[in-house]
Design a protein around this ligand. Structure first.
Ligand code: CA
Length: 236
């Protein structure tokens, strides 16, 4: 056995599946293979968790309550989230396979699948994924605020700040585009994926919440700035 000087980092997998039995079996097996596993049991939950980032791979069932796996995949890619996606399709869903890959999935496995085959595909996808060091910064600091993108955690003056998945995704987008003015429409598209029922007002409300939670004086924000007639800008 080779001796590694660095502690091994467990790849993080988001498992999206609504059959309780399969969730249990798969989560167990993946954990025993050395993966850190988080689960989601419907499409909306999947979207919220995956949008926070920090996963190395998403295993995504097609038939899910609320949003189908295809729709989840499409929205994630639309929002610029590049986490590799392995789709679980039902036997005979030939068309679905094609659509799955067109939607932005990286690979698929047909149910019922052989566990060894699934594990091999997971390994292959993780190998293909860009090295961690080539990824965007995993942490970002401004004033007394520390943002940990991998863990989806925010600290203000050393204390945890409770952000919703959407607030976190919004903050992430602003930080990734810091210094640039981003329009409300762009935020609606990239952070909300043009979800039905959302308007530019939705963006304003979330910006106000973020300021409330992160700015020293939310009335006179120093970081999450308004750009008149356009939208917002992160000045960190
Ligand atoms: Ca299912």
């Amino acid at each position: 056995m080779p001796v590694h000087s660095e502690p091994a980092v467990e790849p993080r997998i988001l498992l999206v599946e609504d059959e309780p039995g399969l969730v249990l079996t798969l989560a167990d097996r993946l954990a025993s293979e050395g993966y850190a596993v988080e689960t989601a049991t419907d499409g909306e939950q999947a979207l919220a968790k995956a949008s926070q980032g920090g996963f190395d791979l998403i295993i995504l069932d097609v038939m899910l309550p609320r949003l189908s796996g295809f729709e989840v995949c499409r929205r994630l890619r639309h929002a610029g989230i590049e986490t590799p996606i392995l789709m679980l399709t039902a036997r005979g869903q030939v068309v679905d396979k094609v659509v799955g890959l067109k939607t932005g999935a990286d690979d698929y496995v047909t149910k019922p699948f052989d566990m060894m085959e699934l594990l091999a595909r997971i390994e292959a996808l993780l190998r293909r994924a860009p090295a961690r060091s080539a990824r965007p910064a995993e942490q970002y600091r401004f004033a007394g605020v520390e943002v940990d993108f991998r863990r989806a955690e925010v600290l203000k003056n050393g204390r945890p700040v409770n952000l919703s998945a959407r607030e976190f995704a919004l903050l992430r987008y602003l930080i990734e585009h810091r210094g640039a003015a981003v329009s409300r429409e762009e935020l609606l598209e990239k952070v909300w994926g043009y979800e039905p029922g959302t308007t530019t007002r939705t963006v304003d409300v979330h910006i106000a919440w973020l300021r409330q939670k992160l700015e020293e004086n939310p009335k006179y924000p120093q970081f999450i700035l308004t750009v008149r007639g356009l939208g917002y800008k992160f000045a960190g």
